[in-house]
Each structure stands twice: as structure tokens, then as C-alpha cells.
Design a protein around this ligand. Structure first.
Ligand SMILES: [Zn+2]
Length: 263
């Protein structure tokens, strides 16, 4: 296989590796997509716990008032019995005043108990509504978990396919050239094969000597950029003035056999 064909294969491998990296990144980051739904569940449960605590507090308060009411009623009955045993008018007035005060206290307690019961009823309704929100949040989380599993399976399948395609591609490459590519990929952030554009390296954008450019154009052997050591590939078509690095990488894979006529 000619040097040029090997380089074109390498450029295809480079694009495939870029796709693999993107797929692996997406696969790795997928679980993070659940975080907002997990957070919503946590917050809904915390709000429910808070409402339940408020309900329990008002029920405790009501029971305390009910015990106090029982005591007041017992005390009132005792005072009323005392009324039959009084001897003097002064005692009589004092006991009557005691009875009036007891009744007043009982009325106040009954009013408080009623208010606490109404409050507890409102709190129970709020708990039920919040319980529904918790269930809705849990259902949404479960739905998102299912979607995530589907997406994970899709990505895993695509990763397997791309890795198999990569294996087939690597088998067609010369071992030494492939090893050089791997070293460059590791050292140069994934970009090992670049085109020469307007006499500059498509990787580091520094100027390549005209003599070397002429030799690269013939592509009879492998040339690397004197500045960044990336492998230099002569482009098929004249690079567009606005071409950026991403386009350069993409174009490297679009060569056909008749492209040699432009050399
Ligand atoms: Zn360079």
C-alpha cells in the first residue's frame, strides 16, 4: 500500500477515534442526567417529612389540651360539689367565682382544641398532596432511569460497532506507522494526521519550508511537521480559505482514487 493510502487510512482512523472518544464521553456522563430528578425526589420527600412533623406537633398539642380539659372538668365538678357544703355568703361567693373561672378556662380550652383539630385537618390534606408529589417525582425518576438504560444500551452497541470497525482498519495499517500514530495521538491531543494548507501545518499552523511542501505533495514517503511532529498529508482539494481545523480533519476522509489526478 502506498504511503498516501496509508495516510488516508490513518486520517480515517483518526476520525473514528474522535467518534469513539465522543461516544465514550457521552456514555460516561449519562448517569449525571439523573441528578436533577434524584434531587427533585429528595426535596419532595424532605418537604413531606417537614409537613408530617408539623402535623405530629399539632396533634401532640391537641392531646395536651385535651388532658388539661379533663383536669379542668374534674376540678369544676369538685368545686360544684363544694357549693353544697358552704356555710357563709362569703364562702358561697368565693366558690361561685371559682366555678365561673373554671367554666371560662374550659371554654377557652374547647376553643383551642377545635382550632387544633381544624389545623390538623389542613395539615393532613397538605401531607396527602405532598405524598402525591413525592410519588410523581419517583415515577419521573423511574422513567428517566429507563430512558437512560435504553440510551446506555444504544451507546454500548455503537461503541462495539465502532471498535470492531477500528480493529478492521488497524489490521490494514503498517504496524510501525500505527504505533507512531498512537504516540502522536497521546502527545498531541488526538490530532496526529493533518493536512498541509497554504504551506502551513494544519495542526500547529506553523509554516513548512517550501522545499518540504513540494515533497509532501508527491507523498512518496512520510513527512512530519518540523514543529509539532504530526504526520503531514497533502489535501485532495485546495483548502477553502475559511477552512478551520475541524473541516480539515473531516476532509481527510473524503478522498477517492481519482483524487490523485489533482497531484
Ligand atoms: Zn505542525
Amino acid at each position: 500500500m502506498s504511503v498516501r493510502s496509508q495516510l488516508v487510512l490513518l486520517a480515517a482512523l483518526q476520525r473514528l477515534d474522535e467518534r469513539l472518544r465522543r461516544l465514550e464521553d457521552e456514555h460516561r456522563q449519562l448517569p449525571q442526567q439523573l441528578h436533577p430528578y434524584e434531587q427533585a425526589c429528595r426535596e419532595a420527600r424532605q418537604a413531606l417529612d417537614q409537613l408530617r412533623a408539623e402535623l405530629a406537633a399539632s396533634e401532640r398539642e391537641r392531646r395536651a389540651r385535651e388532658r388539661e380539659l379533663d383536669e379542668c372538668q374534674a376540678a369544676l365538678a369538685k368545686t360544684q360539689r363544694k357549693l353544697r357544703e358552704v356555710k357563709t355568703n362569703r364562702e358561697y361567693s368565693a366558690v361561685l367565682a371559682e366555678i365561673a373561672a373554671g367554666k371560662e378556662r374550659i371554654e377557652a380550652l374547647e376553643e383551642q382544641i377545635l382550632q387544633l383539630m381544624e389545623q390538623a385537618e389542613q395539615q393532613r390534606l397538605a401531607c396527602e398532596a405532598q405524598q402525591q408529589r413525592v410519588e410523581a417525582a419517583q415515577q419521573e425518576l423511574a422513567r428517566q432511569q429507563q430512558l437512560l438504560q435504553v440510551r446506555q444500551a444504544e451507546l454500548a452497541q455503537r461503541l462495539r460497532e465502532e471498535q470492531e470497525a477500528r480493529q478492521r482498519l488497524v489490521e490494514r495499517l503498517e504496524a510501525g506507522l500505527y504505533a507512531q500514530y498512537e504516540q502522536l495521538v497521546a502527545a498531541r491531543g488526538g490530532l496526529a494526521v493533518v493536512e498541509v494548507q497554504d504551506g502551513t501545518c494544519g495542526g500547529c499552523h506553523l509554516k513548512v519550508q517550501p522545499q518540504l511542501v513540494a515533497e509532501i505533495r508527491r507523498q512518496e514517503k512520510l513527512f512530519t511537521c518540523p514543529h509539532c511532529r504530526r504526520m503531514l498529508l497533502w489535501p485532495v482539494q485546495e483548502p477553502a480559505p475559511s477552512a478551520d481545523e475541524a473541516c480539515v480533519v473531516e476532509r481527510a476522509g473524503q478522498r477517492r482514487p481519482d483524487d490523485r489526478s489533482s497531484l
